[in-house]
Design a protein around this ligand. Structure first.
Ligand code: FAD
Length: 403
């Protein structure tokens, strides 16, 4: 059996390795268009590679995928986060689960992951051809003809795994559409928000641990830490919001209003009660010196100025109107977003080959027998935290069965 794996990234390597493990007599070839193998693994997680996530509960895990979660639920029953950890650990890549549940190699270097994959592929006798971009796939009876344009002769294969990663442009998926696969338009996911007209940028570097952010006029919301940057806002809450809103935000040209709940409390009465408690116990303290919810000092002063309350006013002098003003600002502080910035640590594509075209029990195409998919080329993407690699490992593992 001749098997071609198109793409030498995380999903391609995992699929090729498992194709060879499951079918030892098969000839498995990885075709990689660039000169570099596993290039994204190398730069991932700031060079440390966030291999997977410590979440082991499938029901929870799937919530990290704005697109693909439902289908992955089934796939995770075959290969999930504990399997990934066991896979790497058993091959000498020791892993550590951080407090935020992100999983990294103990070496804190993505090279450990690359070395492991390269050794595994070499030991199994997988052939790797670089600078071999695939341009077309043609059905020839039960076989698939893999074409490289004019430069090289096409090759006939029994099975083909497509693991070409995210394509920023729809035209990059034309060769797969030509085989009758449905394509979901690609748009970026995981980005930070630009706020050119907002003075909050002066607070750059401040992290607020428990926020709830939402997009005005939509049901989109996300919680978690928020980081104020010199161009606007970033941090896990914003990145999560960008992922779940990826398609909508692209449609509205990345111009919208974001509502920030600085204390992650949706019930205003609860916040009012906290403020009333401060008034009762610390009525003599000035507003500037007593911060509710232990908000960062600079942010607290900024919010006081924004609500036009004098910093030197005493809590006891706040009054009902002042307290209500503060509640409103703490729970529904609005900022204007104009544009996005790529999150350098991790970015992914929303869209790709539609999951409607794929049978998730095998990862085989529903419209082209003997063709399989793995990784980001599909309309699957996760939030930041190791989820994107996990989907590459899971789908690569299943595709590698060639079932
Ligand atoms: C900067 C950055 C950091 C990231 N960090 C993390 C992280 O820490 N944790 C995490 O979970 N996710 C991370 N991600 C996301 C993760 O890297 C991707 O989701 C993952 O690499 C997808 O794997 P893949 O194999 O599907 O695609 P890719 O890694 O993109 O690999 C696809 C390969 O196919 C090749 N190719 C494309 N077209 C063809 C063709 N026609 N013929 C032959 N070869 C082709 C490409 O050159 C590429 O080598 C990060 C992404 C970026 C950009």
């Amino acid at each position: 059996m001749k098997v071609a794996v198109i793409g030498g990234g995380a999903a391609g390597f995992f699929a090729a390795i498992h194709a060879k493990i499951n079918h030892p007599t098969a000839q498995v070839i990885i075709y990689e268009k660039s000169k570099k193998l596993l290039a994204k693994v190398k730069v991932s997680g700031g060079g440390r590679c966030n291999v997977t996530n410590g979440c082991t509960e499938i029901k929870e895990l799937v919530k990290a995928y704005p697109r693909g979660g439902k289908k992955l639920k089934q796939a995770f029953r075959t290969f999930s986060t504990p399997d990934t950890m066991e896979w790497f650990e058993s091959r000498g890549v020791h892993l550590v689960i951080q407090e935020d549940n992100c999983v990294f190699p103990v070496s804190q270097s993505s090279q450990s992951v690359i070395d492991c994959m390269m050794i595994e592929a070499r030991t199994l006798g997988i052939v790797i051809e670089v600078t071999r971009g695939v341009k077309s796939i043609k059905r020839v009876g039960d076989n698939l003809e893999v074409g490289f344009g004019d430069k090289y002769r096409a090759v006939l294969m029994d099975k083909v795994v497509v693991a070409t990663g995210g394509s920023p442009k729809r035209s990059g998926l034309d060769w797969l559409a030509a085989l009758n696969h449905k394509i979901e338009d690609p748009v970026p996911s995981l980005f930070t928000f630009n706020m050119p007209s907002e003075s909050v940028k002066e607070l750059m570097g401040i992290v607020v641990e428990k926020t709830l952010v939402s997009i005005q006029g939509t049901k989109l919301k996300a919680d978690g830490p928020l980081l104020i940057t010199h161009w606007g806002m970033s941090g896990p809450a914003i990145l999560k919001l960008s992922a779940f809103g990826a398609r909508l935000l692209s449609e509205i040209g990345y111009e919208f209003k974001v509502q920030v709940n600085w204390v992650n409390e949706v019930n205003n009465e609860v916040v009012l009660k906290v403020l009333k408690g401060i008034i009762a116990e610390h009525s003599n303290k000035i507003l500037a010196n007593y911060r509710p919810y232990l908000l960062p000092e600079r942010l607290w002063h900024y919010l006081l100025k924004k609500s036009e309350l004098p910093l030197k006013k005493r809590w006891g002098e706040l009054g009902k109107k002042g307290a209500n003003k503060l509640v409103s600002l703490l729970t529904n502080d609005i900022y204007e977003v104009k544009g996005k910035t790529t999150f350098k640590e991790e970015f992914v594509t929303c869209g790709g080959v539609s999951l409607e075209s794929i049978d998730f029990s095998t990862m085989q195409s529903k419209v082209c027998p003997n063709l399989y998919f793995a990784g980001e080329v599909m309309d699957i993407d996760g939030i930041t935290g190791g989820y994107n690699f996990q989907s590459a490992w899971t789908t690569g593992f299943i595709a590698g069965k060639l079932g």
